[in-house]
Design a binder for this molecule. Structure first.
Ligand SMILES: Cc1ncc(COP(=O)(O)O)c(C=O)c1O
Length: 359
């Protein structure tokens, strides 16, 4: 009998899996709690959900014909939203797909990540079989610019910077991005949470051919389930990415919903501002638990350092009470919890669960 492993790429069995969040209904069933009674504060989603006009656009999308492979309407809408040319935009099935495309476009031997950060870069590097150079962030989670420059000197040609960073919540300034762009590497600034910070490096793309800014509709527009994100980059790279992508990568419902989110952005931004306010209220309310030390955040989540308590036990206690928060297996994130900002009722559930489990 032919062994299947002999047919597969070497090293496939050693892949480090991505740690995804688990489906809400599965967790609800396990806990014996209705899904509506869970406070899902573990994946930085917008718990207000899409506004009615966006839901309606998705519901009315033409599902029997293929979506537009050239993404004309969507790229024009994004161009209008960011005051850029649609020729610098390529959309995908979530920004995750654009990350995957970038790996395939560059085919790097070595990439730079800046932990603690989003795990997808390392996961995709594993799949592409390239070496990961981890340039650790400093005490305040700021980037180690000289460390990144040294890694590029040593042969890395793809650099991932997340701003605001997940899970630490801090921004990288445009000054730092501009200085990184002087390096001979493709600099990818992942701005999945930019709408919560109101800051962006998109304006630097025109003068830096080696800069790609990634954005998504998953967070601010509450469309994580539909999968739609995009890259902003030089038109020459955009043309290559458009040529490489799967033709129908953004499905018809996602395309329609994303266009509607942009058209009705003032209404969507009401929920973005509400999440930012609730993040700040959560931090104020949690200050009564002195063992939870927040790191300042510009995103829709907060990283807390947990003092004198076992993080796994805290998260389990919360979970049993229907409150889901994020913990990590990575060594640099031991002793930390990340809690997403939710609606007022989600914060109230979190507070009640913490009071109960402390009591
Ligand atoms: C920094 C960062 N980039 C990208 C993503 C994925 O975004 P998308 O849903 O558009 O694939 C996430 C999701 O958690 C994220 O935190």
């Amino acid at each position: 009998m032919v062994s299947i492993n002999s047919l597969l790429r070497p090293g496939l069995e050693d892949l480090e899996p991505y740690e995804p969040v688990r489906p809400l209904d599965v967790i609800a069933r396990e806990l014996g709690i209705a899904t509506d009674d869970l406070a899902k504060l573990d994946a930085n989603e917008n718990l207000y959900g899409p506004i009615p006009a966006v839901r309606e656009a998705a519901a009315n999308a033409d599902l029997h014909i293929y979506p537009d492979p050239a993404q004309v309407r969507l790229r024009e809408a994004i161009g209008d939203y960011l005051s850029i040319s649609p020729d610098s935009v390529v959309a995908g099935a979530g920004s995750d797909e654009l990350l995957d495309l970038l790996f395939r476009a560059v085919a790097p031997e070595r990439v730079v990540t800046t932990p603690p950060t989003f795990g997808m870069y390392r996961f995709l590097a594993g799949i592409s079989g390239c070496e990961v150079v981890e340039v650790m962030r400093g005490e305040g989670f700021e980037l180690d610019e000289p460390g990144i420059a040294a890694a590029v000197r040593d042969g890395a040609n793809l650099v991932f910077v997340t701003s605001p960073n997940n899970p630490t919540g801090n921004l990288t300034t445009n000054e730092t991005v501009a200085s990184l762009c002087k390096l001979p590497a493709l600099i990818v600034v992942d701005e999945a949470y930019a709408e919560f910070a109101g800051k962006t490096a998109v304006g630097l793309v025109e003068s830096n051919e080696n800069l790609v800014v990634l954005r998504t509709f998953s967070k601010w527009a509450a469309l994580a389930g539909l999968r739609v994100g995009y890259a902003v980059c030089a038109p020459s790279l955009q043309a290559n990415l458009m040529a490489m992508k799967q033709p129908y990568n953004v499905n018809a419902a996602a395309d329609a919903a994303a266009c509607a989110a942009i058209e009705h952005r003032e209404e969507v931004f009401v929920t973005v501002r509400a999440l930012v306010d609730e993040r700040d209220r959560m931090v104020r309310e949690l200050s009564r638990f002195e063992w939870l030390v927040p790191h300042p955040s510009q995103a829709n989540f907060v990283l807390f350092r947990v003092l004198g308590h076992d993080v796994g036990r805290v998260a389990d206690d919360l979970r049993r009470r229907g409150v889901l928060v994020r913990t990590y297996s990575r060594p640099e994130l031991q002793g930390y919890l990340r809690i997403s900002a939710g609606r007022r009722q989600d914060t109230e559930r979190l507070l009640a669960a913490l009071e109960e489990s402390a009591g």
